[in-house]
Each structure stands twice: as C-alpha cells, then as structure tokens.
Design a binder for this molecule. Structure first.
Ligand code: BG6
Length: 635
C-alpha cells in the first residue's frame, strides 16, 4: 500500500460521545424499540454517553413523555442485547427520554417538537449538537424535511445532522430525486445515510485489515488474485414483508447497498489517511470504476431466481415466494441474484468479482472469499483469504500444509482468527457505532450522495433488463437449497465454483459422522467441494472406477441396477459412492438425481489421505458401509 496511515492517528473510541440531543422522528415505530433504544442503552452501559445527553421522540402515536418512558422500558426488556438489564443505567437513560405526538402533515406538531427540543437541550446542557433520526418510511421524507425546515431545525445553532435509513430510492432516478430533497434543506456534510452493514464489526474490520496488515498489500491486485466472491445468503423468506419485498427484490434490497459497500471496502485503493472524506472518496472512486453492464452482459453474467416451496434446514415445510402473504401470485420479483462484475482500473483489470444474495437458502451466512491464483512451486490450489462476516465472525486463510509423516504430501489446512476466541466484546445491535459516530460528527460509516448514486448506476441495467423480461422459469429453486443451478453455471463456465462455507453441523446430519473425531471432521470440511445437479443427472455410473463419495445436503437420488431396476433411494443426510472409496470397487449401481440436488463431493484420494490418521474412524466407516450394503441387498 502506498502510504499507510497509522491507526493511532485516529482517536480511540474510549471517551464518551460529544454531548447532544438525539431527535427521533417516527419514535413510536419498530426501529426505535428494536434497534435504536437497545443501541443507545448499550452505549450508556459502556459509559460512552455524556451526562449532557437526551432523546426527544416524535411519532404519530399520541403519548405523554411518561407513557413513552413506560413503553420503552417494557420494550427494552424484550429487545436488549445484553443478558440482564442494568436498572441503574436504564434509569439514567429513561430520565433522558422525552416525547411529543403529532401527524407529519401538521406544522404545529413540528413547532411543538422544536420547542421541546429547545427546552430539553437547554435543560440538559446538550444544546449545540442535534442529531435528527428519520425512522420513517421514505414516502414521508419530502414532507418531513419541509416541516423540519419550516420549524427551524435547519437553522439550529451549532452542529446539526440528519440520519436517514434505507431504502434510499428504488432506482437511480428516485435516488437522485431523494438526494435533491435532502440537499434542498441540508448540506451534504449534514446528511448521514445509514447502511446497517457498516455497523457490523466484521465489515469495519475490512478497512482495518487492509490498512493495518501490510503483508497483504503487495498481493492485492489482479496479478495475484484470481477472483473475489461476495455472498450474503439468508435462510428466512420474506416473512411479513411481502408487500415491501415484492416491489423491491434482492438486487435493490441487498446488492445495491450492502454488497456494494463490502465490495468498495475490499477493492478500493488504500486511502492515504483515515480522514472520512479520503475514505469515502476511495470508496466512491472504486464504484465509479465498476464496468456498467449492457443488455448482453446482463443476459450472460447475471442470474436471477425466485424460491418455490421447499424445506427449511430444520425440516419444516415452507411455501414458495408466490404463496407468501402480500406477494403477487404471478410475481416476477427476484429473491436471488448472482452477478459478475469487472472493475476497470489498473489494480483489478481482467479480474471478475462475483456477488450473490438470496432468501430462503440452505444457510445464513455472509462471506467474502478472495481467491488467489495458484502460484506455488509445490502445486496445490491457490490460497484463499476468507472474511466471515456473519453469523460466524472470523478471518481465515486456506493454505496447503505438509502432512505429518516421512513422505512429502500436501493437504488443505486453515489458519483462523475467530472473533469469539479473540475478543470479549459485548454483542451489540450494530447501531451503537453508527449513533456514536454521528453524535461525534464522524461520517466515515455513512454513505455520501455520490456513493449512493453510483451504486444505483451499477445495478440499474440489471433492474431494467429484469423488469422488461419475465423470468420464464420461476420458481427456479426450492426453499432451503443452494439457489438456482444457473448461478453455479455462471462460475463453472469460467472454470470456478462458489465457495460454500461448511460447518460440522452440516455433516453431523449423517449417521456416518455422528461419532467422528472433531479433527477428522475439520479436515474433511476443508476437502469437500459443492456440486449442484439437476433432476435426471446421473451422478455416478455403474461400473465406473472413479472414486468420489457424495454427501446429500438437499434433494433425493435413486440407485439404479443393471436392468434399470430401482435398488433404493438416497435421501438428505446420506452418503453414496462410499463403497468405491472405502473398498476400491467399481460402482455397483448408477445413482441418478430424482430432484435437483445439492451435494458435497469428497475426492477418494483426499479421503484416503485424511482417514489414514484415524484408523478407528476408518474401521467404523467400513462397518457402517458394509452394513448398509447388506441391508440394501436384503431389501
Ligand atoms: C436488510 C434487508 O437491509 O438486510 C433485509 O432489507 C435483510 O431483507 C437484511 O434480511 C439482512 O441483514 P443482516 O444484518 O441480517 O444480514
């Protein structure tokens, strides 16, 4: 990296925030009780709020201050992220809560709000720093900004800032007009746009990682890196948000904001200082170098999906997207997207970045995989650097290591910095750092107008193409699976594959593995490769001498004998192909998928190398496999 700023140049977050008044417009709504109040409470518990601090809420629900305090007290019990409620700290905070009710179209309501804020600011000694939080639907942004302006908030003495939540527009044009609405009343420096992913420790750590660990800097380019994958998969469907989601889709809901934020952090030029303006310039510059897709690119490099009925990981049956409440039964909205992008600058020319996100998938997890090119003289695949963003939080390096023993044999191994093992940090909501930064006037973690508009520019061609053409194959993935097959093909076409982060819980679903030693499982997890196949695919052919074994994550297959007779069914959580691997035999049956299947493949050579060190587990595998074989014969 060119000139590396020392992290020490930035004030550590050990001192309390600047004094100020937090004004929440929309305070009787969900966001306040679920996220804002628990976050402020956490800041209070950590001693990060000054004595001169107060919250003034305004909402459409008529309530007195006393009622608002009671309501928030009841809710904090439900939504706090700490195990117990510290009564003293809550009291401290509760005594600083104030409320006034009123409709957003009523100028008198905003005049009352202004008078209350002035009173509270003067009485608490917090005047001169006002943070306005718009916890309201964007439909009211225009109106509420006018009212705030008319009531005198834009002319307040001292520091004043306005925080707005996503969705920030629904396309480029609406984002531009929303920005104009804000800029009509506020200066750019006063506008704080929240992307809650930037509140995540692991996302902030991307910046720390790049700036404070110089060893990776010389490798951070397309000469050394083969490609980058950014995945955010969710197990939940649209839940109660069908009405919102059906107008939105995953490109607007996740890619345009959260995924492009992560992309910017990972790929931006290293900023020359930690100055917020410099960091935000670097992020915006990066987005401006993303090549804009044309119609042909969208057809070739973007995959959309919508979930159909399926099974959750816990086995519960769930409905398809079109059957969800408030969703159009004929909806063309995508609940899954995978797209390939290029960054046209010196650093990244020629290197693809793959982004994917979806609802109702097999696993909740956000990961960034930096796949290095294979360059090692001893062979082996390229190294991987994996940022585990959530729920598992870690940074991992996949490497090749020599297996212990007299011969020179390589095996995949992992090196890992695990947050849970390294830090004793209290679990927060992610909003703590955002509120703390905003009180202190630090906009680093907030999106500037140019970033938001450029990110819309990047996704706009995808939105346009997908709006204008109906997907003919929806639903094209079953709930609880890895997503549409075409997403796998997007990478396999380039000779690559999605990285699926597996954990022991996946394997533990098979009786083969319930008693296996942890070290064995850890080794196997690194060796498994994902394989998704269509219904009808013959995964192994009778008589073949190939040696892979397969674990069925999702789907069902049938074993077919010589005369085409069905010998048995292979279901989720089961293995097949193990006879060839364990006993070196040709395949005794053809195994064909009867439904789309998500499989994990274990190469026989890898398996044999790993199992050598576990003779007892090896014997147990053989016993179970022979038992299964006998049972099949009897059947
Ligand atoms: C929100 C989206 O921005 O992010 C939701 O609107 C999504 O649809 C959520 O579920 C994911 O956030 P997280 O923090 O759970 O990854």
């Amino acid at each position: 990296m060119d000139s590396e700023p020392s992290p020490a140049r930035r004030p550590e977050r050990t001192a309390a925030a600047a004094s100020g008044v937090l004004v929440i417009v929309g305070a009787s709504g969900d966001l306040t009780k679920r996220l804002l109040m628990p976050a402020v409470y956490n800041l209070a518990c950590d001693g990060l709020l000054p004595e001169a601090f107060a919250i003034v809420g305004m909402g459409r629900e008529p309530m007195t201050t006393a009622e608002f305090r009671n309501q928030q007290r009841a809710e904090i019990g439900r939504f706090k992220t700490r195990v117990t409620l510290d009564e003293r700290r809550w009291q401290w905070l509760e005594s600083r809560l104030h409320y006034t009710g009123g409709e957003f179209n009523d100028p008198a309501a905003f005049a009352r709000l202004k008078a209350l804020v002035d009173d509270v600011a003067a009485a608490s000694g917090a005047a001169g720093n006002t943070l306005l939080y718009l916890a309201i639907s964007p439909d009211f942004f225009g109106l509420v900004n006018q009212q705030l302006d008319a009531a005198g908030f834009t002319g307040l003495a001292g520091q004043k800032r306005i925080i707005v939540e996503k969705p920030f527009g629904k396309d480029l044009a609406s984002a531009q007009s929303l920005n104009q609405t804000l800029l009509d009343h506020w200066r750019e420096e006063e506008i704080y746009r929240i992307d809650h992913y930037l509140g995540k420790e692991t996302v902030q750590n991307l910046l720390a990682f790049r700036l404070a660990n110089g060893m990776f800097a010389p490798l951070w380019d397309a000469r050394h890196i083969d490609h980058i994958q950014i995945s955010a998969t969710e197990t939940v469907g649209v839940e109660t948000r069908g009405g919102y989601y059906d107008k939105t889709g995953v490109v607007r809901d996740m890619l345009q904001n959260h995924l492009l934020q992560m992309l910017a952090y990972v790929c931006m030029e290293p900023p020359s200082s930690l100055d917020p303006g410099v960091i935000r310039d670097a992020k915006s510059d990066l987005l401006r170098s993303v090549r804009l897709l044309n119609r042909t690119d969208v057809e070739r490099d973007c995959v959309r999906g919508q979930y159909g009925a399926g099974l959750r990981v816990d086995g519960e049956a769930v409905v398809g997207y079109r059957e969800e409440p408030a969703v159009d039964p004929d909806s063309n909205t995508e609940t899954y997207a995978a797209i390939k992008l290029h960054i046209d600058n010196d650093r990244w020319a020629g290197m693809p970045v793959y982004l994917r996100s979806g609802k109702s998938l097999w696993k909740r997890g956000t990961e960034i995989v930096v796949q290095f090119k294979p360059t090692a003289p001893a062979g082996g695949p390229g190294n991987q650097l994996i940022f585990h963003i959530q729920p598992f939080q870690a940074v991992e390096i996949r490497m090749q290591a020599k297996r212990p023993g007299p011969t020179f044999m390589l095996q995949s191994a992992g090196m890992r910095f695990d947050y849970a093992e390294t830090f004793e940090a209290a679990r927060g909501t992610g909003y703590e750092v955002l509120l703390f930064s905003a009180l202190n006037g630090d906009p680093t973690l907030f999106s500037r107008t140019d970033f938001v508009e450029t990110s819309w520019q990047i996704v706009q061609p995808v939105l346009d193409a997908w709006r204008e053409s109906r997907a003919g194959d929806y639903p094209n993935y079953a709930a609880g699976t890895w997503g549409p097959l075409a997403a796998g093909m997007l990478l396999s076409r380039d000779g690559r594959r999605w990285h699926e982060s597996l954990n022991r819980a996946v394997l533990a679903r098979s009786p083969f593995f319930t008693a296996a030693p942890v070290v064995l499982l850890n080794n196997l997890l690194l060796a498994f490769q994902p394989l998704a196949v269509e219904a009808g695919t013959a995964v192994v052919e009778r008589g073949d001498l190939k040696s892979e074994m397969y674990f069925v994550c999702r789907g069902e297959l049938e074993a077919v004998g010589e005369a085409g007779e069905v010998l048995g069914r292979i279901r989720e959580g089961e293995f097949f192909g193990e006879m060839a691997v364990l006993f070196d035999r040709p395949r005794s049956a053809t195994v064909r998928a009867t439904r789309p299947c998500d499989l994990l493949v274990l190469d026989g050579g890898d398996f044999r190398r790993i199992i050598q060190d576990f003779p007892e587990a090896d014997a147990e595998f053989r016993r179970l496999a022979a038992e299964r074989q006998a049972a099949r014969r009897e059947a």
